[in-house]
Design a protein around this ligand. Structure first.
Ligand code: HEC
Ligand code: HEC
Length: 259
């Protein structure tokens, strides 16, 4: 009996080892920036050429805008974003203590629009919400991504890893099969990146627009003919938390540019 239990444990340990055997060692992690061509890199480095900087400008204006008579602006409560929002994007998603809910950055902004400004929150993927998110992300540029695990989000990291390794869609593929096991290979003319979320929101040439991390996730899901989760779904937030754990210590380079 004890022996059988022991054997089961050994087997589990072996399986767990095999599951994580594809984890990319910290020294071999490459961001999407590292893996793209020189032209796109130059566009990202130059704030005057990076189209996402227009969203940052718009976000700055929204930060100061009064949303209606008697209603406070973001700046009215938070003051100078360069001080109050420095490092915030580098440690999101985070747990909201009173409600216990996990918020990604756009979800957090929506909660302030709703609860603190008393207005209808801007929908996900709207230019306004993306602009505010880009403006806040810029305040963390160059800072290392915080480890969600170190901030007590182990449960979400675990759920996110489960999703990362789950096979989806008609092609029956997992995120890990592409991004951990086959990164660097070419897929229909595109190099598969390691999927580190250092640069979101970002300007993607294929979209000809600024888009969120969840939009990127959706693209990967439809690419494998899977039904994406709805916008803002807890599964997306768990996935983001796992990817942030995997990328912990890498530098924020938002708002980035991608092909
Ligand atoms: C069939 C392979 C494949 C699968 C499966 C896949 N992706 Fe991707 N993913 C790609 C490719 C290719 C790109 C880059 C596309 C481009 O740049 O045009 C990408 C891009 C990304 C990026 C952007 C990285 C950056 O630097 O901006 C993230 C994040 C990402 N995928 C996450 C995921 C997640 C999460 C899943 C699972 C739900 C997933 N992917 C499933 C192929 C895949
Ligand atoms: C009436 C005051 C008020 C206004 C207006 C307001 N907020 Fe907040 N915000 C707060 C408070 C208080 C918190 C702390 C969390 C909580 O209890 O909601 C917070 C938290 C945040 C956080 C998380 C910071 C962290 O360290 O985790 C972000 C990001 C944020 N607000 C963005 C915004 C944006 C963007 C706007 C404008 C669209 C805005 N807020 C408008 C009061 C406000």
């Amino acid at each position: 009996m004890i022996r059988r239990a022991g054997r089961a444990l050994v087997l589990l340990a072996v399986l767990a080892g095999a599951l994580n055997a594809d984890e990319i060692p910290p020294g071999e992690r490459l961001s999407g920036y590292d893996m793209m061509g020189a032209e796109a890199q130059a566009m990202q480095r130059d704030d005057f050429a990076n189209p996402a900087m227009l969203a940052v400008k718009e976000g700055e204006a929204l930060w100061h805008a009064v949303p209606g008579e008697g209603r406070p602006s973001c700046a009215g409560c938070h003051g100078d974003a360069a001080a109050s929002m420095k490092g915030v994007a580098a440690r999101y998603p985070a747990r909201d203590v009173p409600s216990g809910r996990l918020f990604d950055l756009p979800g957090r902004i929506q909660a302030c629009q709703n609860g603190r400004q008393g207005i209808a929150p801007q929908p996900r993927e709207s230019t306004g919400l993306l602009a505010l998110e880009a403006y806040l992300a810029l305040q963390s540029r160059g800072m290392p991504l915080a480890s969600p695990r170190a901030r007590g989000l182990d449960d979400a990291v675990q759920r996110g890893e489960g999703l990362y390794r789950q096979r989806f869609g008609q092609l029956d593929l997992s995120c890990a099969q592409c991004h951990s096991q086959n990164w660097g290979r070419s897929l229909a003319g595109t190099r598969i990146p390691q999927a580190h979320p250092t640069g979101y929101p970002l300007f993607r040439m294929e979209w000809q627009a600024v888009g969120s991390l969840q939009r990127r996730f959706r693209n990967c899901m439809t690419g494998i003919r899977a039904e994406p989760f709805p916008p803002g779904a807890p599964e997306w937030i768990d996935l983001e938390i796992y990817l942030k754990e995997r990328a912990a210590g890498m530098r924020v380079d938002a708002p980035a540019v991608r092909p």
